[in-house]
Design a protein around this ligand. Structure first.
Ligand code: AMP
Ligand code: GLY
Length: 418
């Protein structure tokens, strides 16, 4: 089959790497891809958010199946557009991708179907927000309703911090329209865990749990990023908690979306907090997490294309999905300064050495005259598997230490931060 993957980050590299192992995949394309992805797929010069361009390219090139990986094209309805043009696609339709695109929508869904989450109120007037913050006190969480590159959330320790964040999002339009509606939430405590799950509209098959490291610096300090590293599975996610999550969160969410006439097909991302009162949902995403995807897919023992086709066909319950009984660690090597300002274009050395003991997924690189150059904030995701989590972490760091580029930055506590 001729497959097209949409996106250009480490997540898309991992998806391409896994799909390339499928005997059914005869041709693999990625739009727009990156320097490293070009090693496993042919890169296509169409932007991930160019819905019309993507449909045209897929049609003109007789693509059999398109995998839409990032949040923006999903929220824009790329899967709907592809399917309407007769091209089968993996990922939720727009009316289901809304679980990520609108926090207000997902909070309401959880309330209606009694799915555990933080208590909240939704606002469209700044005055009312400030009042509410006064009445609730701190700590308190301020969230922009729409997509804000994972940066639209402030966990405020004081009322002043909360009010400032609300004023910037709503009055200052820091995130544009995404901040016109704000969700103000109770502050939860406990370790955070991600569970990615394959969903076919009706059935759900959770992958091994994972854990992202969102803050930029070691010790969970500094600004939030897209994610500085991931492990799978995190020790906090015990079989008892997994059972509770399945009964109280995963199955009810899939049933709720179906009941609302928004059946979800694709990868549903559960951002969970393991609070003293039990597991609760922080957020849903409508896709694989990045870098969780890199860690989790490196543990998959089955054919990813088969699973994706079953999600679309509604036959996930007939598949036996196998996972390596091992652990994985993805260490992100970033550009100095990320997530704020950083420079690009530095040569990367040591990749071949690192690849002897780990898989190096490229997040922001380009290939020029045979030399890989840095080309983004997150540059590489060095991913290792091993029989135990400690060994996987050690292997990822050992391989990562072979790699260097100017101003390279990484956290030294991936897997030991929580
Ligand atoms: P989100 O974009 O919703 O995943 O939020 C980003 C980060 O903010 C999460 O990973 C949590 O660390 C934190 N966060 C979000 N909501 C809450 C909450 N209600 N209580 C405590 N922390 C939260
Ligand atoms: N790693 C967090 C996310 O992909 O949203």
């Amino acid at each position: 089959m001729k497959i097209l993957v949409v996106g250009s980050g480490g997540r898309e590299h991992a998806i391409c790497w896994k799909l390339a192992q499928s005997p059914k995949v005869t041709e693999l394309y990625c739009a727009p891809g990156n320097g490293g992805i070009a090693g496993v797929a042919k890169c296509v010069d169409v932007k991930a958010t160019d819905v019309e361009g993507m449909v045209c390219w897929a049609k003109d090139n007789a693509v059999d199946f398109v995998v839409v990986a990032p949040d923006d094209p999903l929220a824009m309805g790329m899967v709907d557009a592809l399917e309407e043009a007769g091209i089968p696609a993996f990922g939720p339709r727009k009316n289901a991708a809304i679980v990520e695109a609108s926090k207000a929508f997902s909070k309401e869904l959880m309330k209606k179907y009694h799915i555990p989450t933080a208590k909240y109120e939704t606002f469209t007037e700044l005055e009312a927000v400030l009042d509410y913050i006064d009445r609730q006190g701190a700590p308190i969480v301020v969230k922009a309703d729409g997509l804000a590159l994972g940066k639209g959330v402030t966990v405020a320790a004081t009322e002043d911090e909360a009010k400032l964040a609300a004023a910037e999002m709503m009055g200052g339009r820091k995130f544009g329209d995404a901040g016109c509606t704000l969700v103000i939430e109770e502050c939860m405590t406990g370790p955070e865990v991600t569970v990615l799950a394959f969903v076919d509209g009706e059935h759900i098959s959770p992958m091994p749990a994972s854990q992202d490291h969102k803050r930029a610096y070691t010790g969970n300090k500094g600004p939030n990023t897209g994610g500085m590293g991931a492990i799978s599975p995190p020790p906090q996610y015990t079989p008892e908690i997994a059972k509770r999550c399945m009964e109280e969160i995963f199955l009810p969410t899939v049933a709720a979306l179906k009941a609302e006439g928004r059946p979800f097909k694709g990868v549903l991302y559960f951002g969970l907090m393991l609070t003293p009162d039990g597991p609760k949902v922080i957020e849903y995403n409508a896709r694989f997490g990045d870098p969780e995807c890199q860690a989790v897919l490196s543990l998959l023992d089955s054919d990813l294309l088969d699973i994706m086709l079953a999600c679309r066909a509604g036959t996930l319950d007939q598949l036996d999905i196998r996972w390596k009984q091992e652990a994985a660690c993805c260490l992100v090597l970033a550009s100095g300064g990320y997530p704020l300002g950083y420079k690009k274009g530095y040569p990367i050395s040591g990749l071949e050495e690192a690849e002897k003991t780990a898989v190096v997924f490229h997040a922001g690189t380009k290939l020029e005259n045979g030399q890989y150059l840095t080309n983004g904030g997150r540059v590489l995701g060095v991913t290792a598997t091993a029989p135990t989590l400690d060994e996987a972490i050690e292997r990822a760091y050992a391989a990562g230490s072979r790699i260097s580029f100017t101003d390279m930055h990484f956290r030294t506590d991936i897997g030991h931060a929580f």
